[in-house]
Ligand binder design. Sequence first.
Ligand SMILES: [Fe+2]
Length: 424
Amino acid sequence: MLRDRYDNPISTSSAQARDLYVTAVDKLLEGAPRMVEAFEAVVTEDPDFALGVAGLARANQATGNVAKARETIAKARALATGITEREASHINVFDLLANGRTADGLAAVVDHARFHPRDAMVVQTSTSIFGLIGFSGLPGREAEMLAFTSSLQQHYADDWWYLSQYAFALCETGQVDKASSIIDRSMASNPRNAHGAHVRSHIDYEAGETQAGVTYLNDWLKDYDRSAVMHGHLSWHVALWALQLGDTDQMWQRVDADVKPGAALGMPINILSDTASILYRAELAGETVPKERWREVSAYAAKFFPNPGLSFIDYHAALAHAMAGDGEALANIISNPKGPAGDLVRDVAEAFGAIAGQDWLKAETLLTSCMADDARLGGSRAQRDLLEFSLLECLLKQGKAEEARRLIALRRPVLADTHLVQGL
Ligand SMILES: [Fe+2]
C-alpha cells in the first residue's frame, strides 16, 4: 500500500493522488492558503480515495464552510468500503465533527490516537487552543491539552507540525522557555508554518517581548497570503502589540486592513472575537472607539452567530452587543447560554452589560466569580487578558487602584508594567 508522510497506509493506487494528499495535509497543518483547493486536486486525481474526500471535508470545516464539510464527509462515508480500519475510524471522527457532535468527536479522537498516534489529521483536531480540548469547557483543559500533546511526543520525534503544537501547549501552561526552544526547532524545519508563527507570537507575548514580537510577526506576515486562515488572527496579534507600544496608528491600520468584518478574509470566529477584543482592549487603554465600530461587530455577530452555542464566541458576541447597545441580542445570550461553559458565559455577558451601564460593582462581582476558572471559556491566555483587564477597569472605576495593581501582579505579572489599562 502507498503511505502518507506520517507512514500511515492509504487506500489509493495512484502515486500522484498520494503525493497531492501529502501536500494537502501539510497545507492544512501549516495553515497555508488554498488548502481546500489542494484537497480538491486530490479528489480530482482519485475520486474514489475516501481519505482524500474526508480531507476535503476537513479543509472546508477548517476554513468555515460547515455546510460543504457536511456534504463532503457524507461522500467520504459512502466510499468507505474496502479501506483500512484506521481510515474508517478517521472518517468517523470527521463525520462527528462536521455534524457538530464535538464531545463524541473528542472521545473518538482520544480512542483513535491510542492506536494511530501518527494520524496527524485526526490528532490535530485536539492539540491547539481552537481544538476539541481547548473548547471543551471543562476544568483543567489547558493541562489536558498538554497531557494529550505530550503523550504523542514519542511518535513524532522532530516533526515540525508536532513540535509547534507541543510548544503551544507548553506556552499556555506557563513553560515559556521550553516552549521557545521547541518552536525554534519547529520553525527551523518549516519556516512557513503559520501555526508555528502564531505559537512564536504567543511565546513572545507571554515573555513580554513586545518589540521583538511585533517586528518578527510583521516581517513573517509579508509573505503570507491574506486569504489564508491565520492571516486575520496574526494581524490581531500585531494590532495588540502596537497598542501595547502606544502606536495606535499602526493598531487602527491593522484593524481596518486585516481584522474587522469586511476586511479580514478568515473564519467568522476569528473576525468576531479578534475585532471585539481589540476594540475593547483599545478602550481599556484609553482610546476612543466610535459607537459605529461596535455596531458593525455586533451586527456581524448577530448575522453569523444568531444562536449561542460555543462559549468562546458567545462571550465575545456579548461584549459586542453590550457595547453597541443591543440589549435584545445581549439578553438572548444571557438567557440562553448553551455552550460548554454556559454558566460562565451568563456571568460574563451580564458583566459586559453592567460595564456598558457603568455599574462597576456589579460587573466586578460577576467577573470575579468567573476568573477562578476563566480558561473554561476557551481561547488563549492572551485572548483572555480581555477579561483580566476588564476586571481591573471595574476596580479602577471604583477607586480601588491598589487592589487592581495587586491583582495584575498576582495573575499576569509580565503585563504589570505595561499601559494596557488606563489609570493603572
Ligand atoms: Fe493567538
